[in-house]
Design a protein around this ligand. Structure first.
Ligand code: P6P
Length: 334
């Protein structure tokens, strides 16, 4: 019998017991994300060929001009999540407020999803990888009524699942339900995600630091000192490290997950609270990092312990290999 890799659907069935809740619910949740990511892949792969490039002219809640594909990706994921009748609400980087699903089929829905449907979309028109990031919680308000803000403002440690899709040289879906991290690569000719990276572990050390050094002069002194450390020479510890900054969070994170490294977007005079959003960028990636043996902090506190106060709040973000993040913290918190 040919030993083809397991598909995502087969893997989910094999690991239903990993999901502490009703067995079929995880597969429905992840299959809606799986479907949406295939559709977004199709739209991205043709972005250069059809008129869906370029800004839609609308500004999102972040004051950033939305690229047309941002809108497309947002709509694609919303539709997929709504149609499965298992999610009662969604918050998105592209939407000022959260959306409630309250049709009959949502009356018993128990989950809320927070997402950045297309992170790094400004890279699309230069053909650089982009990603989707998603975070899944059980609602805390009773089922059968519309989801409320408190269902979304939960600390990251409450996540029941999280993951990302990276639309790179291949499309990969990487997720966790709290029992490790597994990566699946889309086989385009079959249209199936296949288990390509089982039990992903982030190396405790690495040589790659990923930060926008263009902001160096705006960073706090401790961050400058850490960057100086990264660039200092030391044969023992393979320094200087290599700087790699794609400008697409999911791609930088994915590379560090595989090879070891640290990504950081600190606060600075340009971004007093940092740039990245706690709920649908930092929390899901922090969950994945910890599940793979890494660390994620805001410079002082564990990301997953932070109590959110608003949907689109920003936090400073340091994430990656355990020893590298700990080293960075020794400078940053000095
Ligand atoms: P800067 C993309 O806009 C993003 O949210 C991340 O994907 C990326 O790492 C970061 O911002 C880049 O921001 O300020 O360095 O251009």
């Amino acid at each position: 019998m040919n030993n083809r890799p397991q598909t995502l659907g087969e893997f989910i069935i094999d690991h239903q017991r990993d999901f502490d809740y009703a067995s079929g619910e995880l597969s429905q949740l992840l299959s809606s994300i799986r479907l949406a990511s295939k559709i977004v892949t199709r739209e991205i792969r043709k972005a250069g060929l059809t008129d869906i490039l370029g800004a839609s002219g609308i500004e999102n809640v972040q004051g950033e001009t939305q690229m047309k594909l941002d809108d497309e990706a947002n709509d694609i994921f919303l539709k997929a999540l709504k149609n499965r009748g298992i999610v009662c609400g969604v918050a998105s980087e592209e939407l000022d407020d959260f959306i409630v699903f309250d049709e009959e089929k949502h009356s018993d829905s128990k989950y809320v999803v927070l997402m950045d449907p297309l992170d790094g979309s400004s890279n699309i028109d230069v053909n650089v990888s982009v990603g989707t990031i998603f975070s899944i919680y059980r609602r805390i308000t009773p089922a059968g009524q519309p989801a409320k803000l408190e269902d979304f403002l939960q600390p990251g440690k409450n996540q029941v699942a999280a993951g990302y899709v990276v639309y790179g040289s291949s499309t990969m879906l990487v997720y966790t339900t709290g029992k490790g991290v597994n990566g699946f690569t889309l086989e385009p000719s079959l249209g199936t995600f296949q288990l390509s990276h089982p039990n992903m572990q982030m190396p405790a050390d690495g040589k790659i630091y990923s930060v926008n050094t263009g902001n160096y002069l705006k960073f706090p002194q401790g961050v400058k000192d850490y960057i100086d450390y990264c660039q200092d020479v030391d044969a023992e510890t393979n320094r200087p490290y290599t700087g790699r900054y794609i400008g697409s969070l999911v791609s930088d994170f994915h590379r560090n997950l595989l090879k070891g490294g640290i990504y950081f977007y600190p606060q600075g005079t340009n971004a007093p609270k940092g740039k990245l959003r706690l709920l649908y960028e930092c929390n899901p990636l922090a969950f994945l990092a910890e599940q793979a043996g890494g660390i994620a902090t805001d410079g002082k506190h564990r990301i997953l312990d932070l109590e959110p106060t608003e949907l689109h709040q920003r936090v400073p973000f340091f994430v990656g290999s355990k020893n590298m993040v700990e080293k960075a913290m020794s400078y940053v918190t000095e």
